[in-house]
Design a protein. Structure first.
Length: 57
């Protein structure tokens, strides 16, 4: 079963910490298998997570 991400800000990334999807104003996202994801209520939380986890675009 796929996990639905529904918070306004979403990041989906792979094992190499490369960002696959970075969304603001998310309506409904389903990350692919083998991907990691996180969702946030604010853009600042999203930016902090990306920085803290050394994710790259």
């Amino acid at each position: 079963m796929e996990t639905k991400l529904s918070k306004p800000y979403v990041v989906v990334y792979n094992e190499e910490k490369k960002i696959i999807i970075k969304l603001a104003n998310n309506l409904e996202t389903f990350p692919g298998l083998g991907c990691h994801s996180a969702e946030f209520d604010t853009e600042q939380e999203l930016d902090d997570y990306i920085s803290e986890n050394n994710l790259v675009e």
